[in-house]
Design a protein around this ligand. Structure first.
Ligand code: MTE
Length: 322
């Protein structure tokens, strides 16, 4: 909205026409009625979109982890993405990620572990029972989604590889292959895209290794064949298309810290009180309900998972460790 010297006034394109207001009221009445119906039984699993191979979950949710928010429509969650290896525009990954080859796929586990090795994706798929967990995903750019992920706690894998006493951090390295990823020609980030967690964060049951969403395998643009989901942190901590997991004694630098250290910290916990220099984090726009008139939602501390993860940061200055 342009600022006038004397007062702020809406530009004509921002004034809501009367018919739109009426239509919107109608819509909200309908939505309220629908919410009353759908809120009754807790849906076991959302209807599958029928686009990709099914990936059924043996169990739904982990107690306390489930959000009651309505999942974002599949079409929105798969067409508005950040996956810079396929371009920086939100529409690029859906358009360009068809070239990603998700088989064969292996994940190397190395560093401070008693059992280093190379895991085949098929072995990882069988490592633990698949669970469906509906998590909020909050992007640092100010939007959020609600996604029913399919996978299991990363802790299942971590325990199996037996970190040594020296392991304090875990680094996640994602695929960087110029032949498959046109975005690598641009130097927006140092490739490969790398992320990291403290070992206790990696072991937290909410931290998920996801192989699917909406009851099917992950679409390429969402990080096939496997990605991380850390629901209390900004979305960029959830690396896509992981190929290497490294256990380290020292805190590793992440791609975003290397690119802009004053903007992106290692922790990147969702925190409405600590703004990004370019984006306020106090509220957010929910993708899929972003009509011109959709209200912004207040951002929740730790993205709504404070009861589960707050203890991890007891005594820490969250402004300093942003
Ligand atoms: N992983 C890789 N390898 N490359 C990326 O560019 N973008 C991150 C994260 N993981 C990214 C990535 C960002 S900024 C966000 S918000 C989430 O992925 C988006 O996940 P989604 O597209 O499934 O919503």
């Amino acid at each position: 909205m342009p600022k006038d010297r004397a007062f702020d006034h809406p530009v004509s394109s921002e004034i809501t026409p009367r018919q739109v207001v009426l239509d919107r009221r109608q819509l909200m009445r309908g939505a309220a009625a629908l919410a009353a119906v759908t809120a009754l039984p807790l849906r076991a699993q959302p209807a599958r979109p029928g686009k990709l191979a099914p990936l059924p979950a043996a169990k739904t949710l982990l107690a306390g982890a489930q959000t009651m928010d309505k999942p974002t429509p599949y079409a929105d969650a798969t067409s508005y993405n950040n996956f810079y290896e396929f371009g920086t525009d939100k529409a690029d990954p859906a358009r360009a990620a068809g070239t990603l080859k998700t088989r064969p796929w292996t994940v190397v586990v190395e560093g401070e572990v008693r059992k280093p090795g190379t895991w085949d994706i098929e072995a990882l798929l069988k490592l633990s029972a698949m669970e469906e967990r509906v998590y909020r995903l909050r992007c640092v750019e100010g939007w959020s989604m609600v996604i029913p992920w399919v996978g299991y706690s990363l802790a299942e894998l971590v325990k199996r590889v037996e970190p040594t006493g020296n392991a304090k951090f875990v680094q996640f390295v994602t695929l960087a292959d110029r032949a498959q990823m046109p975005g690598l020609r641009s130097a927006v980030l140092d490739w490969p895209y790398v992320e990291g967690l403290r070992l206790d964060e990696a072991l937290h049951p909410l931290t998920m290794l996801a192989f699917g969403m909406y009851g099917e395998v992950l679409p390429n643009q969402n990080g096939a064949p496997l990605r991380l989901v850390v629901p209390w942190k900004y979305g960029f901590k959830s690396g896509k298309s992981i190929v290497r997991i490294r256990f380290l004694e020292r805190q590793p630098q992440t791609s975003w810290e290397a690119a802009a250290p004053s903007e992106y910290g290692f922790y990147s916990n969702v925190n409405p009180q600590v703004d990004h220099p370019r984006w306020s984090q106090a509220s957010e726009r929910r993708i899929g309900e972003d009509g011109l008139f959709a209200k912004k939602r207040p951002t929740l501390m730790f993205n709504g998972y404070e009861a589960q993860v707050g203890q991890l940061y007891a005594g820490m200055d969250l402004k300093r460790f942003f």
